[in-house]
Write a protein that binds this ligand. Structure first.
Ligand code: AMP
Length: 196
């Protein structure tokens, strides 16, 4: 695993523990020689993470649409900053440059990015591991909701289980390394059978 795309808040969140863990995660990426790919911002947890990677000697690659660059929030000292035209182009590049995906705590932007990766894996448009670093139980409610979506038969258990969840960053990296997402054609065949 050479690079991980991290989605996380443009805010720091209420608890100090979010920043503390984002910082340890950044250090760990640098130590393992794993490049950080992220939104390129100099605000919130994104800033904490990128600064931690850079100050630990790692590489941080930002990808930002030009309209967000115009807000003046681009990180000034990244290893690389790619300025793209649209949010869609940004996601495409994030996917292309990364071997795996991790969500730290964040808001709507982070949820959008996380769910896009999960649904792309489900459709087998990509086949890359995706996990959550569940700091301070931040994602517990979301995970419960996903379980209820499985119970209500809108999400398949295999796809739910494609989301790796750990509160320890070392364990998370280990599981991302060894994980193989479920093959989509099996469930598509099953859905076809069920609707016949
Ligand atoms: P949010 O979780 O709503 O704070 O949004 C953060 C996520 O959306 C990040 O993973 C970014 O990729 C993207 N994003 C949202 N706001 C910004 C911003 N000001 N600068 C760069 N990326 C952003």
């Amino acid at each position: 695993m050479k690079s991980i795309c991290v989605f996380c808040g443009s805010s720091k969140g209420k608890e100090k523990s979010y920043s503390i863990k984002a910082e340890s995660f950044g250090k760990l990426l640098a130590k393992r020689n794993i490049k950080l790919v992220y939104g390129g911002s100099n605000i919130g947890l994104m800033k904490v993470l990128a600064n931690s990677v850079l100050s630990s000697g790692g590489e941080a690659i930002g990808i930002m649409p030009h309209n967000i660059v115009e807000y003046g929030v681009a990180h000034p000292s990244l290893t690389e900053l790619h300025i793209v035209k649209t949010m869609a182009e940004r996601k495409e590049m994030m996917i292309k440059l990364s071997d795996a995906f991790v969500a730290l705590p964040g808001g709507l932007g982070t949820f959008d990015e996380l769910f896009e990766i999960l649904s792309y894996n489900q459709l087998e448009l990509i086949n890359k591991p995706c996990g959550i670093l569940n700091i301070n139980g931040y994602y517990d409610h979301l995970l419960k909701f996903l379980d209820s979506a499985v119970e209500e038969e809108f999400v398949r258990i295999e796809h739910r289980n494609n989301l790796i969840v750990e509160s320890d960053e070392n364990k998370l990296l280990q599981r991302l390394k060894t994980f193989k997402p479920v093959q989509a054609h099996k469930w598509v065949d099953k859905l076809k059978e069920l609707s016949d």
